[in-house]
Design a protein around this ligand. Sequence first.
Ligand SMILES: Cc1cc2nc3c(=O)[nH]c(=O)nc-3n(C[C@H](O)[C@H](O)[C@H](O)COP(=O)(O)OP(=O)(O)OC[C@H]3O[C@@H](n4cnc5c(N)ncnc54)[C@H](O)[C@@H]3O)c2cc1C
Length: 429
Amino acid sequence: MEKIDVVIVGGGLSGLACAYRLADAGLQVIVLERGDFPGSKNVTGGRLYLEPIKTLAGNMLDSAPFERKIVRERWSLFGEGNSLNIDFTGEKFRTNPHSYSILRSTFDRWLSERIMEKGVFVIPKYRVDDIIRDGNKVIGIKAGEEEIPASVVVAADGVLSFIAEKAGLKPKMKPKNYAVGIKEIIELSEEKINDRFNVEKDEGCAHLFIGDVTKGMFGGGFLYTNKETISLGVVVGIKAIMEKAPTIEAHTLIEAFKERYEIKRLIEGGSIMEYSAHVIPEGGYNNLSKLYGNGILVTGDAAGFALNMGVTVRGMEFAIASGILAAETIVEAHENGDFSEKTLSLYETKLKDSFVLKDMYNCKDMPEFLDNDAFFTFYPKYFPLFVEKVMWFGEGPKEKIGSTLWKELKSSGIMSFKRLKEIYSIKNI
Ligand SMILES: Cc1cc2nc3c(=O)[nH]c(=O)nc-3n(C[C@H](O)[C@H](O)[C@H](O)COP(=O)(O)OP(=O)(O)OC[C@H]3O[C@@H](n4cnc5c(N)ncnc54)[C@H](O)[C@@H]3O)c2cc1C
């Protein structure tokens, strides 16, 4: 096959965003996707923050198939048999929405169709097996017996990026730096969703859970409302589940989650439409892959661009932004006719000037901060318990609220130096 300008491995958001911008610049691009169609193998919880990528994306997401604008944020601490919930909504979120729930099988497919209209070949059911090298330069890809030579290869092949690994850019996988997510899409009528989540038409809710949902392991649960479905799932740290004794199978967590009183009522009468599992990068800034090499760039999850802040989960806007910035770098390299590591290092400069590496860097201590069992055991157990003690009326006279609370705070150990230090350390994240 004749040499082309760019081969993109992976038709997820980072690969598609990269292709979109390259097509606008008139470069020859092929996107190779192993799934039946872009979106078919892609899993997300469900919420895309739009503001950070508004300027970068330009018209790319005009009339995109968003599900619902998120106007209601909920967080729950799940104890054993009780829970404490925060429910937030604000007029600003309704009038000036900043995030939307999406379904990847619809969203990625839509974006790939837009790209094909621009003349890009998006080839599904095509699994790339290897890269082709000339010395220390990547000069194309291999799939079975077929070779596609290219001036530059973009590794947009997701979290386990075999392409970045083959190119020697990805650090060896450590279980601590990854989590696994199990997700169900549950069909429910639009009216039921609006009623159960207290939202208007086209408005949605994002709900994160921590504590008993993962049986005290690193991770949590999520629920996002779509137009006529709910995305419900559990994420658990791979190291945590490997070390759990007695052993727990990850898929049993979602079954137990759905049996909880709080969840059962929300999904009652719904039918499961889709079931999926996927790995998530959790290593943060200190565990990113190298982002460029001679003839190669690494984008999105393949690079490790994802941020779990406990109360928010982000990855998709990093994927889109990094894809676009990779494309801009390639356009400049193409103009200079130079795809060396030195020229492609401009990609890292662009990422450093953007929210991608700024946010990743600002939150670089988050993985260490969250590497603390207390956030998944102690706090989710005791905070709901404090409320239970205050709100429960038993036989006989009721103690004063203040003294009940004080007694519980003392006996729980929350006033200990260790816990106070933990709470104080929040200022660093
Ligand atoms: C359970 C879960 C919940 C999440 N929740 C959120 C959320 O609410 N908000 C958010 O912003 N982010 C969330 N994320 C993270 C987000 O989904 C990812 O950051 C994002 O999908 C990364 O996009 P990507 O294009 O880099 O990778 P992907 O979407 O994984 O795309 C990679 C593509 O490469 C293809 N591919 C892989 N290998 C090959 C090969 N050898 N040949 C050809 N094709 C190949 C794959 O089939 C896939 O289509 C979540 C992730 C998970 C798993």
